[in-house]
Design a protein around this ligand. Structure first.
Ligand code: SF4
Length: 451
């Protein structure tokens, strides 16, 4: 919920002394509301009012970071209900569940799998993010041993510590190290006092669990009163319908009503909602679309995690900016000086489609990717970003001429109309009109381009 200058003005001293750099207190209020000033810029604010203003001006949803260093996963700080209104900022983390009841081999296998399951798509590395360590054995020493093993052997992966036994949970926190910021889960009505005392000494994010959104809000209010703000919410939804209802309620309360006790990201457990593996993936897919901050999965296979990673990528890319790849000459299938040369735009999906088909052809070749600000071929041509003029200028600066012994350039079939003009711009080159669709590239390359 956007804060207005008029909401702030009456909280300011009203003396118009100008020391904040603005001619009036109202001017300063407007600047505060637009995020271009800090309450501290006014030296005459009552400390309590300063605190009130900081609270009022804080993002409606807190950013929570789990883990530290390169393996940290940040979730929350979202600003809109729907991606098309602006963008979603922090993609949910995928956590792989490991129970301390599993065998050594199973545990080692899961650690290995989360590391190996990485996919390159449109130049972005897609992978799961977290390990969720679940106390189920009833033996605290066994759970602590699992936590220590992960802390040592998978120190590059962030961790969620899950235990209904508070003693075991706090021992696990000590064994893992609060400085590495694991997510401690669950904080409930029964253990909130004990965990609050502990967390004040050893700060780390906490996951609050209660039987309803209202009960979750009551617990977060207590944590906030104790100065704990690194909070993740779990209203204990039992199925997808409940989860979508609860997640939507939380997001609306935070963004539309500015309700601070629910202004936090969430954790979800499709792994506990069903025992059917396929259904678990479908539940996870629904939760990614509807506001989950962390999605805990019982297992990860390439066929189950890959579609979820791609869904996450698609939802959490900025719709205001097309996805792009770097402008450069890409070498495909180890080309030599006789290899054919194709030029196209830097829209990521264009690059991905064209380079994939070139790889499939097994023909050594060069792919010259021109920066068209992420526009596809036709959009770039129609807006003057992929024309004879821009292509010739790019080909001259790309350095491709030094890599080959011929001067043949294949352009996309969709811009056949610029062939003549491009030949005038690049008089040493022969311009060949290539396939209209990427799927036509292997046949074109295998048959040999007619120069
Ligand atoms: S410094 Fe404070 S009191 Fe002075 S004009 Fe700015 S907001 Fe008003």
């Amino acid at each position: 919920m956007a804060v207005k200058g008029t909401d702030i003005k009456d909280k300011l001293p009203g003396t118009n002394c100008k020391e904040c750099g603005m001619p009036t207190c109202f001017g300063f209020a407007m600047k505060l509301a637009s995020g271009k000033a800090e309450p501290d810029n006014c030296p005459y604010l009552d400390p309590q009012v300063r605190e009130e203003l900081e609270d009022l001006l804080a993002p409606p949803m807190k950013l929570v970071t789990i883990g530290s260093g390169a393996q940290a996963v940040s979730i929350g700080e979202e600003e809109v209900m729907f991606r098309h209104e602006k963008t979603f900022f922090h993609a949910p983390g995928f956590a792989l569940l490991i129970s301390d009841n599993e065998t050594e081999e199973e545990i080692a296998g899961k650690i290995k799998r989360i590391r190996e399951l990485q996919f390159d798509r449109v130049g972005i590395n897609l992978k799961a993010d977290l390990l969720a360590l679940h106390f189920t054995s009833g033996e605290v020493a066994r759970y602590v041993a699992l936590v220590k093993k992960v802390a040592t052997e998978a120190s590059d992966i962030g961790v969620v510590l899950i235990s209904e036994d508070t003693e075991a949970l706090l021992k696990a926190l000590d064994a893992y190290g609060a400085e590495k910021k694991p997510l401690l889960y669950p904080v409930t009505a029964d253990n909130i006092v004990k965990i609050t005392e502990y967390i004040k000494e050893k700060p780390t994010p906490v996951g609050v669990k209660a039987g309803s959104v209202e009960e979750v809000a009551a617990l977060t209010a207590k944590l906030r009163a104790a100065g704990i703000e690194e909070i993740v919410l779990d209203p204990d939804s039992k199925n997808l319908a409940e989860a979508v209802r609860d997640q939507t309620l939380i997001r609306r309360a935070a963004l539309k009503k500015g309700f601070r006790p629910l202004g936090f990201p969430s954790i979800t457990f499709p792994c506990f909602m069903t025992e059917e593996k396929q259904e678990e993936v479908l539940l996870a897919a629904g939760l990614i679309a509807k506001y989950a901050g962390i999605v805990v999965l019982s297992n990860m296979e390439s066929h189950s995690i890959f579609p979820l990673l791609v869904e996450r990528l698609n939802i959490y890319t900025d719709p205001r900016r097309p996805m792009t790849v770097e402008e450069k000459v890409y070498e495909i299938n180890e080309p030599d000086k006789n290899a054919p040369v194709i030029v196209t735009t830097n829209f990521a999906l264009t690059y991905f489609a064209v380079s994939s088909e070139m790889e499939i052809s097994k023909v050594p070749s060069y792919l010259c990717i021109q920066d068209t600000e992420g526009l596809c071929v036709l959009a770039a041509w129609s807006t003057g970003k992929f024309t004879a003029d821009t292509i010739s200028s790019y080909i001259k600066r790309s350095g491709i001429a030094d890599k080959i012994s011929h001067r043949n350039l294949i352009i996309p079939g969709y811009v056949a109309q610029i062939k003549g003009e491009l030949e005038e711009e690049l008089p040493d080159w022969q311009i060949i009109v290539g396939a209209r669709e990427a799927t036509g590239i292997p046949a074109m390359l295998k048959l040999g381009v007619k120069y």
